[in-house]
Design a protein around this ligand. Sequence first.
Ligand SMILES: Cc1cc2nc3c(=O)[nH]c(=O)nc-3n(C[C@H](O)[C@H](O)[C@H](O)COP(=O)(O)O)c2cc1C
Length: 400
Amino acid sequence: MRSVVRFRSFERDSDLRRMQRAANVDDLRLIARRRLPRGVFDYIDGAAEDEITMDRNQADYRSWEFAPAVLRDVGRIDTSAELLGKPLPFPLVLAPTGFTRIVEPPGELSVARAAARRGIPYALSTLGTRSIEEVAEAGAGGRNWFQVYVWKDRGMVRNMIERAAAAGYEALCITVDLAVPGRRERDVRNGMTLPPKLGLDMLIEGMLKPSWTWRFITADPITFANVVGLHEQDGSSAVELASLVNDQFDPSLSWSDIEWFRSLWDGPIIIKGIQSVADARRAVEHGVEAIAVSNHGGRQLEGAPTPIGLIEPIAQEVGGSVEIICDGGIRRGSDILKALALGARAVMAGRAYLYGLGAGGEKGVDWVLDFLDEGMRRTMALAGVRSLAEVNRQLVRRRR
Ligand SMILES: Cc1cc2nc3c(=O)[nH]c(=O)nc-3n(C[C@H](O)[C@H](O)[C@H](O)COP(=O)(O)O)c2cc1C
């Protein structure tokens, strides 16, 4: 019997054990769905209105196929790139995601540590639940970016930017696609507040997801760690994201404000949320170093164009003058390669690492980074390209 039946060695680490049979990011998504209360999972997984834009963000990658070359000696694959004038081992940036601690208590610290280990940038959100300083410490030696939402109270914005500068952040990422909140209907149905309120439905959910609940109630209370005075101002500890944005964010933000940011920030500026060739041109006219072509993962304007669909026309127009980051729908290494072939310098991913965090904490984020890295190397080898210098428009074509 023993000669034919071999038992797998038992994985002692419970996080790794949970992910042992996961084959891709979608599998981690399912594990995260099992572990997280519905309201929390839906907050991450959901998008605006009918969620068509979110679905298209991913589906559009499938409309591109590779034009591979064989017998190219792919024994050595090099994924190194350059972003904002610095080397990057792998052309990926971890996107800013607000309220990460509701997934698991260390939250942004886990993400910052995983990013720093790889030498890839991580953008901490204005709506982060760990402070600018804590994340700088956790991600020490890495590349920390700070993502700005512009509040009506500009003094508060200035204060956050000054703290980011003092804490050694590399770049400022200004998100411009949230003038008003997108209608995220799963959050409406779930009555989602940040942090989640412990009502009767939450208590029932809590019994169904005991490990999340235990960690949630035994950890420090979750707050928007960088928004000084918000909870006092609001008079309560839980807010609906939509009313927070309506009450506090500045919808009058315009191109002329970019100069104000320049006066406060010496380093590179990235505008996140560019969704047209004309706006990409305007961003160049305003002298920013990079743009993230993004529709906020489909969470804002339903019916927005997909990032992968916009990369080529934007790269043709402004590719020589600004660095282009493709943000949205990345689930595989092959997606990254397609975005690069169409003219992006790097990509950003949000949900992919959040699913990892939900499935296996910090090790889940590592898992996703390994998966994307290996996937990109494998695709490069199979497509016959050895380094990013060899990746060009001829590598992909649209499927008829
Ligand atoms: C749960 C969640 C929270 C987000 N919070 C922010 C945020 O605070 N600031 C921001 O600029 N973008 C935010 N985004 C958008 C991401 O930065 C990114 O644009 C998006 O996730 C990309 O799509 P993907 O999830 O398909 O990778 C958030 C996205 C998710 C899923």
